[in-house]
Design a protein around this ligand. Sequence first.
Ligand code: SF4
Length: 228
Amino acid sequence: MDEHKKLLNFKRLEKLSKVLEKNRFETFLSEDSKSAANHVLSLIGRNSASGATGAVSYTNGQNKKIGLGGSQTVRSLGLVDALKNAGNEIITHTPEMDKQTRIETWLRAQTADFYLASPQAITLNGELILIDAYGNRAAAAIYGPKKVILIAGHNKIVKDLNEGLWRIRNIAAVANNIRLGRKNPCVISGKCEDCDIESRICNVVSILYRKPVYTDYLIVLVNEELGY
Ligand code: SF4
């Protein structure tokens, strides 16, 4: 990416980080996805010794339970394999699971040590917006896990709630419909048609105006375009 644009995006993230802190969220600002992933890994399962090279290494057998929403951002950071390799248990649904198994998996994820997800939009006022088909991810990102880690690239920044609500329906949801191979109307037209069919994925929207009182958060802001 053009260096000037990169600097501009970093400044926007820097400002957003301060606003989020004002809203009582803990934040971590990262130049790129590699340092973001290292920070998350170090938080979840760090080997206390960083070694002579300064490279962080990770112990096996951390045995933390990590709930995971269907986040492309989390996956693009390579966190799923890295966390598994460090001996943690990843709790997430898979396409072949039946309804009952999914529900049980989501309930377990809700009480995990950490829950990893990505918001679909963050406003300049530091409000985080998530959209969901089943509500499991939106619920776990509000209450239940010991710590919620939300990771977002600069592409998730929006001016305000109106723009955020537009973004989640017309960009995030459409891209996810395409990824999931759904034949919903937005896939044909390229914009939300507010469909009323069973395969609709936009059923729940949650907005975090401020940090929910009893939930610990880390919002990781990454100076890259990540996810939808
Ligand atoms: S409401 Fe329906 S048409 Fe609109 S983005 Fe969601 S799935 Fe697509």
